[in-house]
Design a protein around this ligand. Structure first.
Ligand SMILES: CC(C)(COP(=O)(O)OP(=O)(O)OC[C@H]1O[C@@H](n2cnc3c(N)ncnc32)[C@H](O)[C@@H]1OP(=O)(O)O)[C@@H](O)C(=O)NCCC(=O)NCCS
Length: 184
């Protein structure tokens, strides 16, 4: 996301359900190490549901380096002292794309504390102005919490499909929903 667009959405201080304060802000190029730490702590059980690519420090550095790419918006949950407690993003193919793709992952200690909803609500505010009018996502049926959160936030199921097995990531085939939501 371009810097001039980022300036429309300044960092926001939020409070998690357990009382912790955190800041919602855009991913920055300087977050390479923090994002790498966050990736390194994602357990296998969560990688099953959030596996866009291997969650390595190298891939974290690449994602951070692309923080100002024009066709992506990435928000982090900043816990202070360089700690990233989670992130959520949407990205799209180019100026004329009709849909973006959405993803989210929280560290274990930030799950169940309302952070998913906070990150997504902020992303929706941004998506009213930036990017395509429709957001899409896939979520495994076994990820009941994910399905519940997305449904509560206005996504509807478009179809059920099979995620293909991904032997190189040691992931089995799994039934999943493709869901969508209009963002403006
Ligand atoms: C899935 C994820 C994004 C959810 O975010 P979260 O902030 O932890 O979500 P919450 O625990 O606050 O739960 C969201 C809602 O689902 C409901 N919920 C919680 N656990 C549930 C369960 N086991 N079954 C059904 N619903 C559940 C809650 O009622 C909550 O609703 P509320 O906000 O009205 O209270 C987060 O847990 C995560 O990052 N998990 C690991 C990676 C992942 O699965 N990413 C998504 C890939 S599609």
């Amino acid at each position: 996301m371009r810097l001039q667009d980022q300036s429309l959405f300044p960092p926001q201080t939020v409070r998690l359900k357990d009382g912790r304060a955190a800041v919602l802000r855009f991913l920055a190029v300087a977050d390479a190490a923090g994002l790498g730490e966050f990736y390194a702590a994602v357990p296998r059980e969560d990688f099953r549901f959030y596996s866009p690519y291997p969650l390595t420090r190298e891939n974290a550095a690449e994602i951070a380096a692309d923080a100002l790419g024009p066709f992506r918006v990435t928000l982090v949950l900043d816990l202070g002292n360089g700690r990233i407690g989670g992130y959520a993003w949407y990205r799209w193919a180019g100026e004329t794309a009709e849909r973006s793709g959405f993803g989210i992952c929280l560290s274990r200690d930030c799950q169940g504390a309302g952070a998913g909803r906070l990150l997504m609500d902020r992303l929706f505010e941004i998506a009213r102005l930036i990017g395509p009018p429709v957001m899409g996502l896939t979520v495994q049926l076994a990820n009941a919490r994910g399905v519940e959160l997305y449904t509560k936030l206005g996504f509807t199921i478009v179809r059920e499909q099979m995620r293909q097995p991904q032997p190189h990531y040691d992931l089995d085939a799994e039934p999943e929903y493709y869901m969508e939501r209009r963002v403006r």
